[in-house]
Each structure stands twice: as structure tokens, then as C-alpha cells.
Design a protein around this ligand. Structure first.
Ligand code: 4AD
Ligand code: MG
Length: 478
């Protein structure tokens, strides 16, 4: 039987005086005797106490920060403070050295900007270990939530010919020779000669295909990478991000909001339960980061308190029209403190407006519904008033929009009208329209941006620090 155990398992158990083997990376080495080892299973290190005589001088010199080691020994009660147990090692093997004159991750504080440049090594820091363990918990909890509710996980295509959001922010996919592009008689690019015999792009959303699935399986969800070639260099945008898109047949906008609120609360609670040590560490990190900021920019609640608050309170639900009224009467709007002052009903909300509503006015998550039809996508269900659509956005403190969704336009004639208004050629969307021709029904869904949720739960302020290898304008490193 293998003696090997993960560090998390050893630290979680009260058992003592048994033989184990551990593998991990050296964090620090003190007094030529105490090695703090981390294997990524937990934020904590395990102290390995070596018997100096069992190693040669040469081997001891190789025990440096970053080196991979294997240790065999007995788990004993720790003599020092700070840990319950430690390993009294009978054998230590250096598996992979890390030259201290070159290894960039020495045990000191590194800036997040620096760590982004060495994203291939940043997993080995406490911060990024914690972030990616929490990210895993979030992803797992999402699948569990939907599975337990009887939703089917649907894999929608990554390469597609459609622009679901109609926003035109797409990455083209082609195998055409860019130095010798085939042209049609009208001097247009001849995509008939391309790999798929048509123009294709990376998906911006799996929604349209998810709708097709829902209109047969009733409840489905997608969970995959999505791509947007929007040139936004912000702390909340990525060019490649992961989106969760549930779609429910026989459901309206209220069902949609209920599902989204329940999902968010479930996932946050799951992390509170499963990642207490990581969240404690991230809370401390955030508190330190915020102590550098002026008082008014600091959040009123600590990280875990904020997460609990979110789970325990109902989200505030109101219409876009009500929100506009609040914003137009707000101090920053009247005093022209907003960068984009709101002059009239119909304007799209900027993140400064969203954050005002959430952080200053309601001080809790907010769901805005019934937006003007002009500023939302073609597929959203038109209201009786003919001017607003059954849309909903969920706004979170510190994040802004975390979820965007809607009840879908299930009426063929209205949908065709809407497509015409948006200049979307109906012949290319025949497959989508077929669901409205045959067995159409009320249905609704939403998209949750995974990275924005990871940001909220971990308290990381930049979205580039919650995905292993971020893609943004000018960067596709690794
Ligand atoms: O609001 P969006 O564009 O909605 C859709 O794509 C719909 N088709 C979803 C649906 O109804 N099935 O995007 C949904 C969410 C946003 O609320 C945001 O959390 C995230 O995706 N998102 C981004 N996250 C990171 N970087 C970007 N560039 C993002 N764009 C959207
Ligand atoms: Mg949106």
C-alpha cells in the first residue's frame, strides 16, 4: 500500500505516529533543519524536520525555495508553535532543484503585476493557490447545482457561423491563406473556399444553441469558453472567458431571476463551506490591499461578511425605468460627478451607474429588468408597451454586471420583426427560427460570467488574476 498522502489530509487528521510519504515544493528552509513544504492541496505548509546526518552537505544545499522534494517519515506532534503536527523525516529526496540565484519566486511579497508576467509560476504563491482552489470549487458547485436540479449539461460549439449577441465583437476563424485571399467576382472575400465553406468565428455565447436544446430537454446549461474581441482594457473584461448559460423551457423572466439568485447563493455558500482557509487568507490579503487606499474607497464589509450578506439577503429587484429615476435624482448625477451624466430614459447604464445603485443606493445585489429594446439583443421578449424587453441584469458590489439574461421572444412574427430591426438576415438563422415554427413555448435563460463570480468570491480586483492565463488586447502569452 502506498504511504503517500496529500498535506491537506495530514493536517486535517488528528492521527499521529504513523508513517507517510509526502511530495511538494519547498517554501522555506530554516536552520538547516525545518522545511516548510506546500503541495497545493491546501494553503498551509507542512513542516518537515530533517535529520541533518541523513543528508550530505551537497544535498542540503539543494533544499531551496521552489525545489520539489519527497519526504518519508513519521507524523508527530509538533514541538514548535504554529502547527499541530509535523513530519520527522527519515528520508528526504530532492526531485527537482530550483537555483536560488535564478528562481523568481523568493519568499517575499511580490506585486500582482509582477506575478502576471510570470503567470506560469504564480500558481505557487499563496494568493494564486487560493484563487485557483476557489475557482475549482465554484466550477464544481455550478455543475452540482444544475445536476441536482435535473438540468442537462449541453456542449455547444466553439466554432460557429453565428453572432449570438449581434454585437460583432468576434474573432474570425479561417484557414484561408492571408497572403493570397481568394476573392469573388464582386471583390469580396470568397469564404466558399474557406475550411467550412463559409465565414466562421469563435463563439461569443452558446445561448442560441442552448435554446435549441431546451426546446427538447426542457432544462439545459452550457459551461464553456466564450470569446469577445472587444477592445476593452478593464479590470472586468477578458477576450477569452468562461460562461455558464442555463436555458429553461416553460419558464418566464421571474423563473429566470429566481434561478440565477438561487445559483449565486448556492455557489457562494459552497465556497464558504469548502474553502474556509483560502477565504480567510484572501480576506486578509484584501484587507491589507484596501488599507493602502483612501477610506472612502474601502469596502464597508470584510470579504467573508460580504459573502454571507449576499447569501442571507434577497436581491433587490426593480425595473430599468425605476433605476433611471433613482440615478437621475442621485447626487453624483445632479452634481455631474458621473463621467457619463444620465440625461434621459433610454441611455445604456455604465458601470459607474451600476455600482452606484449596488454600492451606494441599495447596498446589496440588484436585479434590473425591462430594459429599452434598443439597447438589448434581438432575441429578448418584447413587452406589451412595445418599448421595453424582458431582460434582466444582475449587478454585484465591486463587480457591476455579473449576469445578463432574458425571457426569449418565442413568437415567430415578433421575432422576425425584431431581426429586421437589427438587420439580422433571417435566412442565415433558419435553424433558430424553426424552434419558433414547431412547438414554440415560453422560455428563458441567462449567462453568468465565471471570472466575475470568481472575482467577487475571492475579492481579487483584477479579472486577469482569476483565470490561469488571461487573454486581453495585446496579450496571449503562454
Ligand atoms: O450579458 P452577456 O453579453 O449575455 C450573453 O452573452 C447572453 N447570451 C447570455 C444568455 O442569456 N444566455 O454576457 C453574460 C455575462 C455578463 O453578465 C458577464 O458576467 C460576462 O458574461 N461577460 C464577460 N466576462 C468577462 N469578460 C468579458 N469580456 C465579458 N463579457 C461578458
Ligand atoms: Mg450583458
Amino acid at each position: 500500500m502506498s504511504l503517500r498522502k496529500k498535506i491537506k489530509e495530514i493536517l486535517a487528521s488528528d492521527q499521529k505516529d504513523y508513517e507517510v510519504v509526502i511530495n511538494g515544493w519547498v517554501r522555506t528552509f530554516r536552520n538547516n533543519q525545518f522545511i516548510a513544504v506546500n503541495d497545493g492541496s491546501t494553503i498551509h505548509t507542512l513542516q518537515v524536520v530533517i535529520d541533518k546526518d541523513s543528508l550530505t552537505e551537497d544535498e542540503i544545499k539543494k533544499i531551496n525555495t521552489g525545489a520539489a522534494i519527497k519526504a518519508q517519515g513519521t507524523v508527530v506532534e509538533s514541538q514548535g508553535s504554529g502547527q499541530k503536527v509535523e513530519i520527522k523525516a527519515s528520508q528526504v529526496t530532492i526531485l527537482g532543484e530550483a537555483d536560488p540565484s535564478k528562481y523568481p519566486l523568493q519568499p517575499k511579497r511580490h506585486s500582482l503585476e509582477f506575478l502576471r508576467e510570470i503567470a506560469h509560476l504564480r500558481f505557487r504563491t499563496n494568493t494564486f493557490g487560493a484563487v485557483f482552489r476557489v475557482r475549482h470549487s465554484i466550477a464544481f458547485a455550478i455543475h452540482k447545482f444544475f445536476n441536482d436540479k435535473g438540468f442537462y449539461y449541453l456542449h455547444t460549439p466553439i466554432i460557429t457561423g453565428s453572432d449570438a449577441e449581434g454585437a460583432g465583437e468576434m474573432f474570425q476563424v479561417t484557414t484561408l491563406d492571408l497572403k493570397n485571399i481568394p476573392l469573388t467576382n464582386d471583390n469580396e472575400i470568397n469564404f466558399k473556399e474557406d475550411f467550412f465553406n463559409k465565414a466562421t468565428n469563435l463563439t461569443v455565447s452558446g445561448q442560441l444553441e442552448a435554446e435549441l436544446g431546451a426546446l427538447a430537454l426542457t432544462d439545459v446549461y452550457t459551461f464553456g469558453p466564450t470569446f469577445r474581441a472587444e477592445n476593452s482594457n478593464t479590470s472586468r473584461h477578458l477576450a477569452e472567458f468562461w460562461m455558464i448559460e442555463p436555458e429553461m423551457a416553460f419558464a418566464d423572466l421571474n423563473d429566470d431571476m429566481d434561478l440565477a439568485e438561487e445559483l449565486l447563493k448556492y455557489v457562494i455558500q459552497y465556497c464558504i463551506d469548502q474553502n474556509p482557509d483560502d477565504l480567510d487568507f484572501l480576506e486578509e490579503r484584501l484587507t491589507q490591499e484596501e488599507s493602502q487606499k483612501p477610506q472612502i474607497e474601502r469596502s464597508e464589509m470584510k470579504l467573508i461578511e460580504k459573502l454571507k450578506f449576499c447569501v442571507e439577503n434577497d436581491f433587490e429587484r426593480l425595473t430599468y425605468t425605476e433605476a433611471i429615476r433613482i440615478l437621475m435624482n442621485s447626487k453624483p448625477n445632479k452634481k455631474k460627478k458621473f463621467q457619463y451624466v444620465i440625461e434621459e430614459w433610454g441611455t445604456d447604464l455604465q458601470s459607474e451607474h451600476e455600482r452606484y445603485l449596488v454600492e451606494k443606493h441599495f447596498k446589496k445585489p440588484v436585479i434590473l429588468t425591462d430594459y429599452p429594446k434598443e439597447i438589448k439583443a434581438f432575441y429578448m421578449r418584447l413587452n406589451e408597451d412595445d418599448t421595453t424587453v424582458r431582460a434582466m441584469d444582475i449587478l454585484f458590489p465591486g463587480i457591476g454586471e455579473i449576469v445578463g439574461g432574458s425571457q426569449r421572444e418565442e413568437r415567430l412574427d415578433v421575432l422576425l420583426e425584431r431581426m429586421k430591426a437589427f438587420d439580422i438576415p433571417a435566412e442565415e438563422m433558419d435553424w433558430f427560427l424553426d424552434t419558433r415554427r414547431y412547438g414554440t413555448c415560453e422560455h428563458a435563460g441567462f449567462g453568468l460570467g465565471l471570472e466575475r463570480l470568481v472575482q467577487f468570491i475571492t475579492g481579487m480586483s483584477n479579472i486577469r488574476d482569476v483565470i490561469p492565463f488571461p487573454r486581453f488586447p495585446g496579450n496571449a502569452e503562454f
